[in-house]
Design a protein around this ligand. Structure first.
Ligand code: SF4
Ligand code: SF4
Length: 329
């Protein structure tokens, strides 16, 4: 099904099946595109309990290529996380300062194979409007990198399998971190994308210093580029927060159009959009998701992003730091 944009600029059109299961509701409206008032997010796609307008589309997504052995194996790999034992909360609480506790936690998370870790205070506005607030007050955001060569095949089942594999790793690390916290005498809730169902992770990840939002609507990390996935743990363990760490990605996006030009359905806006009271980069759901569903996957925008190319991020970081220094002179 994969359709790559033609040289003459022609764009992909959704299949008849996607058109048939598409609801009479715009996903952009659900996401709050054009809404100036601040409001909580409303779930739009990754939720299986029948509560979303695009439920039939999501169910159709799960039927495309469902009998392919690579997909069956990848989903089994993810399911294996359910067999990981959950630790009891220890009766005695570890006695450390929030700073020392945060340092120990980050070391433990990296030992469990997290590729980056950040901490921030959970904000009510990051919880879906129809769900309770998670355990708090703190959230630990975990970033898990993906294999560039596998992702570079997007849209292909190999790249889909890599995404499922890394979400499985992200989920496993979240369970391991939550268990570590419980063993120190505190409570913890683990959450893994994309089916975390109650929270949105990207704003928390930005506040926790993991990276910046890119024009393609995903995050850009100063080393991994856009080639990574997120999971999270919320907890009452006393921790010290990190801060956002802008490194020039937002400025870079303002003058780059690589992802926009590569997106088969032309779903990437060239300017920031007003979304639930925030002006930010945004992807047109009604264009992106039909392509994603028809191909079982996508992520082209993530791998074409210059920051994702192995060995390129360091040079871009230097370039953006130089640009900022010149602007400050
Ligand atoms: S995942 Fe990215 S490249 Fe693919 S359709 Fe969506 S916005 Fe476009
Ligand atoms: S490809 Fe360019 S515009 Fe798109 S997210 Fe990456 S840096 Fe930003």
């Amino acid at each position: 099904m994969a359709y790559i944009r033609g040289k003459n600029g022609d764009v992909y059109q959704p299949s008849d099946m996607v058109k048939e299961v598409w609801p009479d509701v715009s996903g952009n409206d659900v996401n709050g595109l054009g809404v100036e008032e601040k409001s909580k997010p409303v779930p739009v796609f990754w939720r299986t309990d029948g509560s979303i307008a695009h439920h039939d589309l999501l169910m159709y997504f799960y039927t495309v290529d469902q009998n392919d052995p690579r997909i069956i194996n990848a989903r089994k790999f993810r399911e294996a996380n359910k067999l990981i034992p959950i630790s009891e909360v220890a009766e005695t609480k570890a006695d450390m300062s929030p700073e020392d506790m945060s340092a120990a936690l980050k070391e433990a998370a990296q030992g469990f194979s997290a590729d980056d870790v950040g901490i921030t205070a959970w904000r009510e506005e990051w919880t879906y409007s129809d769900r309770d607030q998670p355990l708090g007050p703190w959230t630990i955001v975990l970033a898990i990198d993906q294999d560039f060569d596998e992702m570079n095949k997007a849209p292909d089942l190999d790249s889909y399998v890599e995404v499922v594999r890394q979400y499985a790793r992200a989920g496993k690390v979240a369970i391991q971190v939550a268990n570590w916290i419980r063993e120190q005498g505190y409570s913890a809730e683990e959450k893994t994308g994309p089916m975390s169902e109650d929270v949105i992770m990207i704003p928390a990840a930005i506040e926790a210093g993991i990276g910046e939002l890119g024009k393609h609507g995903s995050m850009i990390h100063h080393k991994m580029g856009s080639n990574f996935r997120l999971s999270m743990v919320t907890t009452d363990m006393p921790l010290a927060p990190d801060t956002p760490k802008p490194f020039g990605a937002d400025d870079f996006c303002a003058s780059c159009q690589v992802c926009k030009n590569a997106c088969p359905p032309d779903a990437i806006f060239n300017e920031k959009q007003m979304v639930r009271g925030n002006e930010k980069w945004f992807v047109d759901f009604d264009k992106c998701i039909p392509y994603f569903v028809d191909n079982q996957t996508c992520g082209i925008c993530l791998v074409v992003c210059p920051w994702s190319r192995p060995g390129v991020a360091d040079n871009l970081l230097t370039k953006m730091a130089r640009r900022r220094a010149q602007a400050a002179e």
